[in-house]
Design a protein around this ligand. Structure first.
Ligand SMILES: Cc1cc2nc3c(=O)[nH]c(=O)nc-3n(C[C@H](O)[C@H](O)[C@H](O)COP(=O)(O)OP(=O)(O)OC[C@H]3O[C@@H](n4cnc5c(N)ncnc54)[C@H](O)[C@@H]3O)c2cc1C
Length: 293
C-alpha cells in the first residue's frame, strides 16, 4: 500500500500539513514509529517527517527562567547539554535503549507514543513539566504533564496538533530516577520511579512509570511529605517507610510478560524509598550528585 511522505521545512508548514491530513503520523527519531511500521502494528496514510524543522532541535532558557526544549532534541544532546539542569530527566535518558537509540530518539517521540513505560514520563511529572502543543486552527496549548497522559498510549494531543516543546524549570534540588528492568541495558521498564526535591517550596514531586495505565504522580505520597518532612533534620525512618507505602498504593499495575502486579507494587515502594534517600542525602550534604550513605 502506498504511503505518502511529507517533509515540511518549517513549523508553520508542518502544522498546515497536519491540519490538511490529520491521519499523517509525525516522525522525529523514528525509533518507535519505524518499529511499528516494520511490524505492521500501525500503517498510517502518510508520514510527516519533522526532521527538516530545525527549531525543534533547539532548546532555550526563557524569560521566566524555565527551559524550553524542542520536541526533536535527541536524548544524547539532552544528557550532554542539559544534564546539569535536568538531572532526573538525564538519568532517565541514559537508560533509554542503546547509544544508537539515544542518538535518534527524543522526548517529543516518547510523549507522542505516550506509552506507560516511556522513561521520560516519570521525571517530567516529578519536575512539573508542561508540554507545548500547537495546531494551525487553535494555536498553542500548554498542557501540564500531569494532564497529558489519558490512557494506555493515549494522550491529550488532538489529531490536528503537534508537540512543539516541553518546558521545565532547571532543578532547584536533587532529582533521581530509578528503573527496574530484566537486564541493565536495552530494556523496557518493568516499572520506574522519579523524584524531584523542591527545597525552596518544601515540596517533593514524584512520577511513577509502567505501573498503571498511564504514567502518574503519587499524589498522596507527595502530600504526605509536604506535611511530614522536616527539612532541617535527618530523614525519619517512619516517614520514609510511609512514603514508600503511599507510593506503592498510588500504582495500579497489571501482570504482563515483563512482571507481575505484585512485584511492580513492591518495587515502586522500594524505588520510592531509595530515590528519596539518595535525594535527601544529597540535599543534606550540600553536594549535588553525591549519594551519601
Ligand atoms: C531497540 C529499542 C529500544 C528502546 N528502548 C527504550 C527505552 O529504554 N525507554 C523508552 O522510553 N523507550 C525506548 N524505546 C522507544 C523509543 O526509542 C522512545 O519512545 C523514543 O523516545 C521515541 O522517540 P522518537 O523521536 O524516535 O519517536 P518517533 O518514533 O519518531 O515517534 C514516536 C511517536 O511519537 C509521535 N511523534 C513524534 N514526534 C512528534 C511530535 N513532534 N508531535 C506529535 N507526535 C509526535 C509519532 O507519530 C509516534 O507516534 C526503544 C526503541 C527501540 C527500537
Amino acid at each position: 500500500m502506498r504511503m505518502e511522505f511529507l517533509r515540511p521545512a518549517t513549523w508553520a508548514a508542518a502544522l498546515e500539513a497536519k491540519a490538511a491530513m490529520p491521519g499523517a503520523a509525525p516522525i522525529q527519531g523514528g525509533t518507535d514509529m519505524m518499529v511499528e511500521i516494520n511490524f505492521d502494528v500501525h500503517r498510517p496514510d502518510a508520514l510527516l517527517d519533522l526532521n527538516r524543522v530545525a527549531e525543534l532541535t533547539r532548546w532555550t532558557t526563557e524569560e521566566d527562567g524555565r527551559l524550553r526544549v524542542g520536541a526533536g532534541v535527541p536524548y544524547t544532546r539532552l544528557i550532554d547539554e542539559l544534564g546539569d539542569r535536568l538531572p532526573g530527566l538525564a538519568q532517565a535518558a541514559r537508560t533509554v535503549g542503546s547509544p544508537q537509540i539515544r542518538n535518534r530518539g527524543t522526548v517529543g517521540g516518547n510523549l507522542g507514543a505516550a506509552s506507560p513505560a516511556g522513561d521520560s514520563h516519570p521525571p517530567l511529572l516529578a519536575g512539573d513539566a508542561v508540554i507545548e502543543v500547537e495546531s494551525a486552527a487553535r494555536g498553542v496549548r500548554m498542557i501540564p504533564a500531569a494532564e497529558f497522559y489519558l490512557g494506555v498510549k493515549r494522550s491529550a494531543l488532538r489529531s490536528d496538533e503537534l508537540i512543539r516543546a516541553f518546558w521545565m524549570s532547571p532543578a532547584s534540588g536533587p532529582q533521581y530516577f530509578s528503573k527496574v528492568g530484566t537486564r541493565n541495558a536495552m530494556v523496557i521498564a518493568v516499572c520506574s520511579f522519579a523524584i524531584a526535591l523542591h527545597p525552596g517550596e518544601r515540596r517533593v514531586g514524584t512520577g511513577i512509570g509502567s505501573a498503571a495505565p498511564t504514567p502518574r504522580r503519587a499524589v498522596a505520597a507527595e502530600e504526605f511529605l509536604a506535611a511530614e518532612l522536616d527539612w532541617d533534620a535527618r530523614l525519619d525512618p517512619e516517614v520514609l517507610r510511609r512514603f514508600g507505602e503511599l507510593a506503592s498504593e498510588a500504582a495500579s499495575p497489571i501482570d504482563d510478560v515483563r512482571g507481575t502486579a505484585g512485584y511492580r507494587g513492591h518495587a515502586i515502594g522500594v524505588m520510592a524509598r531509595r530515590t528519596l534517600t539518595w535525594a535527601w542525602n544529597e540535599f543534606r550534604s550540600g553536594h549535588p550528585g553525591r549519594r551519601a550513605g
